[in-house]
Ligand binder design. Structure first.
Ligand code: BYC
Length: 322
């Protein structure tokens, strides 16, 4: 019997059919045919995202033992645990693309993989915890609400739950910020200092500007992304400036001005040299973060080994029973 030729990723008819599904707003699921390049782009982006959630636990984790009250400690603990959960959902989503999680974790630990630049900055005071919730989770929500419509089903579905949790994170952060901003002069100074340090790195979370973003065109065409880096950054600024004004905090940008015509808060030039240094591994805490992840991975070795030994025993038992 004559065999049907196998479709290859380069097969133009298959590619056109795939693009038509994307254009029609269909969701792509793990067993569906997809171009190899689409799969690779998703693995790249989703694994970076999962790593960011896991590394992102570290700056806030530093403050769990120093939270100023039991209530603050409970919410911070819950938030940091949520981030671990987010990392796990996204690693699971990435595994549906045929990659092994252990390989992705190895890439993070040996420095081959990227994770969000924002987590390479230090948390110097309690106010940083509030500001991370407000600005960093706030930026993440702006980005991830759109990713919840991404064409790859498992990623989009993970984003829906993650965004719900990120909303709680942002609220707890803003509540800390508002409390400090209405507090003593020392508290006000502490929170203003944290805002001054986190504002520009938060804007960098959205990635390079559109003219300098090599992946955007492809991701937009495949509807993994629905908005460009600059569009999302602008949306974040527009949402955040009125919140800063509401709690009497200033943002460290002398060029910040409202354009009544475009209805945008226009902002100054981002220090892209700093951004590139941080993603090259030379930010203030890159080495510290990777060292902490490596130590945590090593400390967890016995758990992985015990789980593997248990699974092997179960397999032996079921083979014997069969
Ligand atoms: N940091 O072509 P581009 C959280 C890289 S965690 C580092 O524009 P793309 C939270 C980029 O990867 C939420 N690297 O890329 C957790 C690319 O490098 P490669 C984290 C960056 O993919 C705990 C190159 O620069 N959110 O919320 O089109 C506590 C060129 O960029 C960054 C996500 O991960 C960066 N900021 O767009 C609290 C969202 N920006 O791979 C909170 C998912 C860019 O070509 N990811 N690069 O070597 C995305 O939405 C997109 O990947 C990005 C970049 C917008 C980040």
């Amino acid at each position: 019997m004559e065999q049907k030729p196998q479709a290859t990723p380069e097969d133009p008819a298959k590619l056109a059919q795939f693009q038509a599904r994307i254009d029609a707003g269909e969701s792509i699921e793990p067993k569906d045919w997809m171009p190899e390049r689409y799969r690779k782009q998703l693995v790249r982006m989703m694994s970076q995202h999962a790593h960011s959630e896991i590394v992102g636990m570290l700056p806030e984790g530093n403050w769990i033992t120093r939270a100023p009250s039991l209530r603050r400690k409970m919410s911070l603990l819950a938030k940091v645990q949520d981030e671990a959960g987010h990392g796990l959902y996204i690693y699971c989503g990435t595994e549906t693309l045929g990659v092994d999680r252990a390989e992705l974790v190895d890439q993070l630990l040996d420095g081959r993989a990227k994770y969000s630049s924002i987590f390479n900055y230090p948390t110097l005071s309690w106010a940083d915890i509030g500001v991370i919730g407000w600005l960093v989770d706030g930026a993440a929500i702006v980005n991830q609400t759109v990713l919840a419509k991404a064409s790859y089903g498992p990623y989009a579905r993970a984003m829906i739950r993650i965004c719900k949790e990120e909303n709680f994170h942002k609220r707890q952060g803003f509540e800390i910020v508002a409390t400090l901003a209405a507090g003593t002069p020392a508290q006000q100074a502490m929170v203003q200092d944290a805002v001054n340090r986190w504002w520009w790195p938060s804007l960098m979370m959205f990635g390079p500007s559109d003219t300098d973003s090599p992946n955007s065109a492809e991701l937009l065409r495949w509807k993994v992304k629905h908005k460009t880096n600059d569009e999302l950054r602008q949306r974040f600024v527009n949402l955040t400036v009125p919140q800063a004004i509401a709690v009497n905090l200033t943002l460290p940008d002398p060029d910040l001005t409202y354009n009544a015509e475009t209805k945008n808060w226009e902002f100054g030039e981002i220090d892209w040299a700093e951004f590139h240094e941080v993603i090259r591994g030379n930010g203030p805490c890159n080495r510290e973060r990777l060292a902490a992840r490596r130590a945590a991975h090593e400390n967890g070795r016995w758990v992985r080994e015990a789980a593997e030994a248990h699974a092997a025993k179960q397999r032996r038992r079921s083979t014997e029973a069969a």
